[in-house]
Design a protein around this ligand. Sequence first.
Ligand code: HEC
Length: 172
Amino acid sequence: MRKLTITLAAVAAVGATAGVYAATEDVGLPANYRQAMANYTVVDRTDNGQVRVLYGPQAAIDAVRAGRPAPSGTTLIMEIYTAQRNAQNELVRGADGRLQRGALANIFVMEKRTGWGSQYPAELRNGEWEYAIFTPAMQRAENRNMQPCMTCHLQRRDADFVFSTAAMAQAR
Ligand code: HEC
């Protein structure tokens, strides 16, 4: 926690370029998330050649479906796969028309706990959410700047900073 405070003091002092590095230490990746959580959607990203596989706890999906924010303690997980390409470097589609998963590149995680957000400057704060990246081997990726995550997810401040709320609402 002390390290986080120091990093954020640096952000406040020198502006947006300093970055947010320490926040990632708070966020965990539940080892059994593939079994314990709902795989509520898969997003084909033809723009950047990725397949994104999203997981969340049923309690969070139920809350969003009921129009409430996900509860404190919620972890949302997005596996990022490089989409398969053919010899012409074109994205390959399966019989179902979907992109095909290649290698798992990164695991993006966001987790919220009451109190976590209070350490961020107002212009960066994402409610109570913090962000982290894990490797395909589920190891924490150290010294990554989480500020771009927060800046982009700010667009969704009216939806508790979550992009995939529509998919959650439609998930069975
Ligand atoms: C340029 C905007 C942008 C940035 C930067 C960004 N995200 Fe996201 N994020 C999205 C979008 C859009 C989605 C929904 C999936 C999709 O359409 O690709 C998403 C989805 C997610 C989800 C699933 C829950 C949700 O909000 O739908 C997690 C977890 C996540 N992002 C974590 C991260 C982390 C960690 C970082 C930084 C390492 C990050 N994101 C950076 C735009 C962004």
